[in-house]
Design a protein around this ligand. Structure first.
Ligand code: 13P
Length: 251
């Protein structure tokens, strides 16, 4: 059966020293609780190797926030999937709306990144989600379906089974405006139906679908109580141990 997961996405926050301290804090806090979910932190590239040294990888997973769409070569400033894997990270966040919006990541580019991640034994945490206009005009089902189809549906069932999905409505990211638990459940259930149609019940039921967008300790339990919400991808609230742990313990 699918896993419950709470994953932090630190985005472009914290210096190396601050990040190592935050990771240590989460690692310590996890010693004192029984987490009913897998816990992951997604951190800047510069922090990966150092953080890998200070965390207990059996309790806390480590993710990069992106990887390049090439394996190696003359791509100044890029960081490849093999490089990410060599730090000890086991996950990579791909397709975040900020990458799609500000860095022009297309479905085609993301398909390549997903393939490279999988080739390097990294688990993609693949983000999808509509903008406000698409929510308001009712096209969000089609938008989300296309995002999944266009980047992921050439994968074999075996490879698709390695993907974690994160539904993050763009209008809820960093806005303080969370999707209601019912809104999240509606689209998560729809996503699972899309997966059933393509890969069958077993693969669909084994796929973790996380919710992201202004998730906080105060709303996490209600969201996570929904049958098709398998956890959260957490931005702002992942930047402090207390609020992140408040979400982890919401399960
Ligand atoms: P916030 O939790 O800050 O809204 O960010 C969500 C997000 O984008 C996680 O990837």
């Amino acid at each position: 059966m699918r896993k419950n997961i709470v994953a932090g996405n630190w985005k472009m926050n914290t210096t190396l020293q601050e990040g190592v301290a935050l990771a240590k804090g989460v690692n310590e806090a996890l010693k004192n609780v029984t987490a009913n979910c897998d816990v992951i932190i997604g951190v800047p590239f510069t922090h990966l190797a150092s953080i890998n040294e200070v965390i207990d990888s059996t309790k806390l997973g480590l993710a990069a926030e992106n990887c390049a769409d090439h394996k190696s070569g003359a791509y100044t400033g890029e960081v490849s999937a093999p490089m990410v894997a060599s730090t000890g990270a086991k996950y990579v966040i791909l397709g975040h709306s900020e990458r799609r919006q500000y860095y022009g990541e297309t479905a085609e580019i993301l398909k390549t990144k997903v393939n490279l991640a999988l080739e390097n034994n990294l688990t993609p945490i693949f983000c999808i989600g509509e903008v406000l206009e698409e929510r308001e005009n009712g096209t969000y089902f089609d938008v989300v379906k296309a995002q999944i189809e266009d980047s992921l549906f050439e994968l074999s069932a075996e490879d698709f089974g390695k993907i974690v999905l994160a539904y993050e409505p763009v209008w809820a990211i960093g806005t303080g405006k969370t999707a209601t638990a019912d809104q999240a459940e509606e689209i998560h259930a729809f996503i699972r139906e899309v997966l059933v149609a393509k890969y069958g019940e077993e693969v669909a039921n084994n796929t973790s679908i996380l919710y992201g967008g202004s998730c906080k300790p105060s709303n996490a339990a209600e969201l996570f109580a929904k049958p098709n919400v398998d956890g959260g991808l957490i931005g702002g609230a992942a930047l402090e141990v207390e609020s992140f742990m408040g979400i982890v313990t919401a399960f």
